[in-house]
Design a protein around this ligand. Sequence first.
Ligand code: GDP
Length: 295
Amino acid sequence: MFDNLSEKLDKALHVLKGHGQITEINVAETLKEVRRALLDADVNFKIAKEFTNKVKEKALGQDVLTSLQPGQLMVKLVKDELTELMGGDAEGIDLSGTPSVILMSGLQGSGKTTFSGKLANYLLAKKNKKPLLVACDVYRPAAIDQLHVVGEQIGVEVFSDRGNNDPVAISKAGIAHAKANGFNVVIIDTAGRLAVDEQMMNEIANIHKAIQPQETLFVVDSMTGQDAVNTAKAFNDVLNFDGVILTKLDGDTRGGAAISIKSVVNKPIKFIGTGEKMDAIDVFYPSRMAERILG
Ligand code: GDP
């Protein structure tokens, strides 16, 4: 994961090793390399600049730590800042509702249906919940079939209504079905388009308004880099969502989305998808990810 970024940051920070003292000059040189590594990873220019400015301020104010190796100190400062940028401590999802309703949003192909299945599987196996999946993509019959396949695979019931083309009505009926049948979590998989458009935004906004979910999650393909960040902003403007799901982190993504998205929409990344299989889901821990990136 993020091998290229890891390698570049490692190289940048190693420059300082061998210097007895952190001086303004070698800090500046190192941070230039760090910034370059972030830009190469598809982190937005402004974010990369702010990042290195913050690390610089801290580095120059750290007299107490001069006894440490300067290289190690810089690694620590970069790691702390990376953790901070990606969201500080992990936050869970709200499962307090009866049932808890979780609305999935995002573009087509982002991994919504796959992640809906993964989340249901995770809640069933790890949180002792009884989830219901609800198929609300009224445009693509194949999407409904796909959710049924996923449901069968993990042993979770899927609610759908093929003749109905009103996603608000289907989601409400799904929630009523959950209430009547003892399901305590409802995961609503919605339609997505290939790009942000008004109709899709209106549709998801209407569903959101009608069902008032405990959690609205925005699913995004991490391989799409800065586009992922722009899409997140568009969805957040309309939905004020609660958290981000970053999928396809197993691919050769450069990592820019993982690093930038929190600071742009100010919402935590809650889970990551790391493969096509139903168990390829991880809770997102910014500090662990920073640890991984910096080795
Ligand atoms: P949706 O249109 O948003 O519902 O997207 P899908 O769930 O259908 O996913 C689109 C494609 O991405 C499918 O081929 C999935 O198998 C694949 N996919 C989803 N999540 C991941 C992931 O975390 N890693 C990888 N490698 N593939 C994924």
